[in-house]
Write a protein that binds this ligand. Structure first.
Ligand SMILES: *[C@@H]1O[C@H](CO)[C@@H](O)[C@H](O)[C@H]1NC(C)=O
Ligand SMILES: *[C@@H]1O[C@H](CO)[C@@H](O)[C@H](O)[C@H]1NC(C)=O
Ligand SMILES: *[C@@H]1O[C@H](CO)[C@@H](O)[C@H](O)[C@H]1NC(C)=O
Ligand SMILES: *[C@@H]1O[C@H](CO)[C@@H](O)[C@H](O)[C@H]1NC(C)=O
Length: 219
């Protein structure tokens, strides 16, 4: 029932030709896209809600900022940002390579109990970031895309207008920073809890994402 109530964003883009190729595992590879190639074309569907800026922050601040700082500029990510800062879960990756572009899946604030009160390990926080900028709007319906370099591999599935990351849903317009893209998701990813979903390839066969959703909020 909660799923239905959630506003979902699918992403539409016109000028991208990231043709997926079939891999041995019957999944598909999502090609990376440097942010500059996408220009302003990450056009959300009408129900893709915009994230809310923190006071005195603007779109220009965000688009010219490092992705790590961009994350701090939104009301909707304050809880996650707290955890990021406390655990250093993203910093240690960012420090390894300043030249990369990144994708961050950022959980929006939990309205009932701050995510910062949950027990996040540094690894769990790091799992939200990938060392490439992925344009998920190039996803084709009903195909499972594996975004490499994460363990367990992050899976993306476009199902109708729903764009799913492991079991989480993208609930807002993508945000473009100077060196990457932030996708707002409805609850945190977790390498341990997501493992059964992504390893069973069940993500496209009605994986029990409802249970996963409930587990996320019950932690
Ligand atoms: C984003 O934050 C604003 C302000 O706190 C809130 O009203 C809105 O519901 C949030 N959006 C989502 C998708 O959580
Ligand atoms: C990262 O994106 C910038 C443009 O924002 C681009 O110039 C650069 O080549 C990209 N770097 C990598 C490693 O893809
Ligand atoms: C927050 O709590 C309210 C009231 O108990 C409930 O209706 C709502 O579904 C909860 N939201 C989430 C995201 O758990
Ligand atoms: C938090 O998680 C770690 C690793 O899973 C665990 O060792 C620790 O006991 C947990 N702490 C609490 C308070 O649950």
């Amino acid at each position: 029932m909660l799923f239905k109530a959630i506003t979902l964003a699918a992403l539409a883009i016109t000028a991208v030709s990231a043709t997926p190729v079939k891999s041995k595992t019957e999944n598909y590879i999502m090609y990376t896209l440097p942010p500059y190639m996408s220009k302003a074309q990450l056009t959300p569907v009408p129900n893709g809600v915009s994230m809310v800026f923190r006071p005195s922050r603007t779109l220009k601040d965000v688009s010219t900022s490092h992705i790590y700082n961009a994350l701090s500029m939104f009301e909707n990510f304050t809880q996650f940002y707290d955890i990021v800062v406390r655990t250093g879960g993203l910093e240690h990756i960012l420090q390894q390579d300043h030249l990369r572009n990144y994708t961050i899946f950022a959980p929006v604030n939990n309205p009932n109990r701050s995510w910062s009160q949950f027990n996040f390990t540094k690894d769990a926080v790091a799992y939200h970031m990938l060392g490439n900028a992925y344009d998920l709007s190039s996803a084709m319906p009903d195909r499972v895309y594996r975004l490499p370099h994460n363990s367990p591999t992050t899976h993306v599935l476009q199902k109708g207008k729903y764009l799913q990351v492991n079991c989480a849903l993208i609930v807002g317009k993508p945000i473009k920073a100077s060196n990457g893209i932030i996708y707002p998701i409805n609850f945190p990813l977790d390498p341990e809890k997501d493992y059964p979903v992504v390893t069973s390839a069940a993500i496209d066969e009605g994986a029990d994402c409802k249970a996963r959703y409930e587990a996320a909020f019950a932690n």
